[in-house]
Design a protein around this ligand. Sequence first.
Ligand SMILES: *Cc1c(COP(=O)(O)O)cnc(C)c1O
Length: 415
Amino acid sequence: MKTYKDFDNYQKEFPDAKGYFGKYGGAYLDEMLVPAFEEISHSYQEICHSAQFINDLRRIRREFQGRPTPVYHCERLSKKFSACQIYLKREDLNHTGAHKLNHCMGEALLAKFIGKKKIIAETGAGQHGVALATAAAYFGLECDIYMGEVDIAKQHPNVIRMKMLGANVVPVTHGLKTLKEAVDAAFEAYCREYETAIYCIGSVVGPHPFPLMVRDFQNVVGVEAKEQFVQMTGILPDAVCAAVGGGSNSIGMFGAFLNEPVDIIGVEPLGRGSNIGDHAASMTFGTEGLIHGFKTITLQDENGEPLPVYSIASGLDYPGVGPEHAYLRECGRVNYEAVTDEEAMVAFFLLSRLEGIIPALESSHAVAYAIKYAKEHPTGSILVNLSGRGDKDIDFVYEKYGDGTELLKKHGYEV
Ligand SMILES: *Cc1c(COP(=O)(O)O)cnc(C)c1O
């Protein structure tokens, strides 16, 4: 088991040259894709250290994305439970309303630097598609987003957004017509077009070098948050937490705290409960296996096929986690806890009513954990990565829970 004292040089040493975090990660690729991924890897290693790349990215973050995003002290929410203070890193205030733009702008800038004309990706709920279409518009790149026909029908507003931003939304019409088929279709397109196009992944998942690249682009979240928190309070938080789907906003938050005496908690979706198909808690119920070209902890059947997953937050329903999370748990540095749909919904309404911040359903899972933490820790502080805003979720929430009064009453809150 490792402690924070073992993490001083961690990001330089992990992943290794082949993309492994311990036994997790790597690049298990179709032979046709090997040259394309090697090109991305080499270009990235070369370009990421160049002063021009770093300066461009800094300027984009400041002028286009609105970084740094603030850290905010939730005084009214904190008062409800104990003397433990809850703070938020406001990634919901990023342009487009979530952390995903942090890595999409980085990936698109890389595409520009290596002279590609097009960026390609798949999307499930449409959040990654919208962030990438935004980046494509900014850089003047073509953008093909592969999306299952079923998801296209379900996620109408995001489909419209992508089209407004000038992206091609390519319907995927085979199989179950959802995310899995869209991933396959995007990879096939990349195979055909890799001389002029680059594939852009949506989280710290996929074959090497994506978990490394996306981590690097998200690192800014934790670096900013640590400095801001210390400036506000004079000390480090006792704990930091973030919701884990594929794991990008959480890896971004955790990086700067790994070598500090701070408890770190990743929060998974427990959905409706522990039965297969009712949750997407890969760390809690998963086993070691291969998914989408890398080794990690995944929810899989006896044949290694991904199991069906569910969460009220569509950005969290992935049957695996980024390989770095699998490693950070194995070596004991990060703990993973699961939160149900209902706990997340209570947190959603409490944060909205007590602080005037409507969180994304994904981020509500992290807030729900912070509430549990505050109940168990009468003093100290916890810093939550609020990965996105909830505007995208309000119609669905209102239909299911109204304004939340009943749910809050059921849980003993008079607000
Ligand atoms: C996509 C998304 C997530 C989950 O993705 P990670 O890669 O695990 O961060 C979390 N929050 C929001 C708001 C999202 O859009």
